[in-house]
Structures are given as C-alpha cells and as structure tokens.
Design a protein around this ligand. Structure first.
Ligand SMILES: [Zn+2]
Length: 294
C-alpha cells in the first residue's frame, strides 16, 4: 500500500504524518477548498474589521464635531437671546414714542379697558379657544418695522393745526361774505384770535412761505408720499421756504389776511396736488367734528 508523508507545521511544533496516498488524493480537493475558504474568510474579516475600525473613528469624529456644535449653539443661543431682548427693548421704546407721538397729535390709541379681573366671567368677550402659544415670536425686525411705522406716521398730516372750533367744513358752502350762492371750500376753517400759534401737522419741508392771492400770508409744507398741507390767512409767517419742520412746529400766527371775513386759519391737506377733506386726517379713530356755528 503506497503511503505519503504529510508535514504538519504549527507555530509550536512540527510533526510528520504518514497517510495512505489514496486517502490523500481523495482529501486533496477538500484541503485545497479549505485553504481557499480560509484565505477568503481571513480577507473578508480584514475588510470587515477595517470598516468597523474606520466607522468607529468616524463616530468619534462625529461625537467631537457634535460636542463642538453644542458648545457653539449654547453661545449662539445666549447671544440670540440677548439680541432679542435688546430688540424687544428697542421696540418697546419705539412703541412708547409712537404712542406719545399719536397722543401729541391728538390721536388716542389706547381704548378704555372694561375687562373684569381674572376669575370672573366676561359678558362681552369671545373668539375660538386656541392653545396657549409657547413659542416666542421672532422680534428681530420688529423694532425696525415699528421705527419705520413711526417715521411713516410722522409724515402723514395728523391732528389739529389749531385748537379753535371748526367754522367752515370742506366742500360746497355759500359765499361767507354774503351768505348766499354756492362755492367750493378747499379746506377747513378754524376760528381763533389773531396772534395764536398755528402748528404744522406732520414732519416735512416748507415749499412756500409768503403772500398768495386770496390765501393772504400762507405757508405750504411738503410731506412724504406726495402729501402737502397749507395754512392760510396768517397774520405772521415764522418759517421760510426750504426749512425742515417736525410735526407740531409753529409755522406762523393766526390772522385774517387775504380773502377772509375775520380771524381764522384756513387749513388744507393735499395729495399730489389734489385737495382732500382734512377732516379725515384730524384723528385716526375719532368721529368727525361738527362745524361750529355761532
Ligand atoms: Zn377757508
């Protein structure tokens, strides 16, 4: 019987083994297959191990990166909160300015409150019951918006140019000298005493100051958005053309110059040259005042 010698080599020792040549021939494909499988398995394990290791490294990197992000967010959050608080404070100041301005112009923006105290039913309230909002609205642009609103409102003719009673409305009226016929009145007349101050109703620039026909001594002021106001029959003009004015500044003194039956202020509001009824500009939420009759 033919025998073959097989050497078995291991890290610790080497020994020889004699086995039947036919058995070896029969076993050879299996041994080769086993070797190939071992090589493949070792390769696969190396690839998986490498992948696992690199994934581990990536995770470590990711954790480090996330920790950095968190620190950054913490800083950002406190910076954002501070910025929001600052803008909120600024908005509050602008709102107070806005209210003060409107009140100075004779426009009252705060309604009288009749809300019952907490815990008592309210006989005049309603609306859908919405969940309580937890999010704080973003206020970054609010201060800027409120400031723009204040600037826009300051340029609109608002309130009274003179506190006297209304002696003639806008529109059709009879001739004030005769009490007869019909003519168009392009503004409002406020009765007063000569020498009383007349105030501009919005910020703007004096476009005319001097004598103009039936208006007598007159001041015309240009405002933003194509608006203009006119103050007629003055006894004295206190401003000159080109001068910049803030709402409430005195433009001159009440009088009876030009086509006038007695001391009064003739007040006009114009939009791109067209005369508007100034009564709609006297207050934003007040009923129109009634013409004064003696
Ligand atoms: Zn008039």
């Amino acid at each position: 019987m033919a025998r073959s010698t097989v050497l078995i080599v291991s890290p610790t020792h080497t020994r020889s083994l004699e086995i039947d040549a036919r058995l070896l021939a029969w076993l050879r494909p299996s041994l080769i297959g086993l070797s190939v499988a071992t090589v493949l398995l070792t390769g696969a394990l190396a690839v998986v191990g490498q992948k696992y290791l690199s994934e581990g490294a990536t995770s470590q990197q990711q954790i480090g990166h996330l920790q950095q992000e968190l620190g950054h967010l913490r800083q950002l959050t406190s910076a954002e909160i501070n910025a929001k608080l600052a803008s909120l404070k600024k908005s509050e100041q602008v709102i107070v300015e806005l209210q003060t301005y409107l009140q100075a112009r004779g426009v009252h923006v705060r309604p009288v409150s009749i809300e019952p105290p907490a815990g008592q039913p309210n006989p005049a309230a309603g609306g859908p019951a919405l969940p309580i909002a937890r999010s704080v609205p973003f206020t970054g642009s609010f201060a800027h918006d409120a400031h723009s609103l204040l600037q826009a409102i300051q340029a609109v003719p608002l309130g009274l140019p003179h506190a006297g009673p209304l002696s003639s409305s806008f529109g059709a009226r009879s001739n004030p000298f005769t009490g007869r016929g019909s003519e168009h009145h392009g503004g409002l007349d406020f009765k007063g005493t000569s020498g009383e101050p007349v105030q501009v109703t919005a910020s703007g620039k004096v476009s005319f100051a001097g004598w103009r026909g039936g208006y007598g001594k007159v001041v015309e002021v240009s405002h933003a958005h194509g608006h203009a106001t006119l103050y007629g029959h003055l006894s004295r003009v206190d401003v000159e053309a080109g001068q910049t004015l803030a709402a409430g500044d005195v433009v001159g003194l009440l009088g009876s110059t030009g086509r006038s039956t007695g001391p009064h202020l003739h007040y006009e509001v114009l939009s791109r040259g067209n005369r508007l009824d100034p009564q709609q500009f006297l207050a934003l939420n007040a009923a129109p005042i009634k013409p004064w009759m003696e």
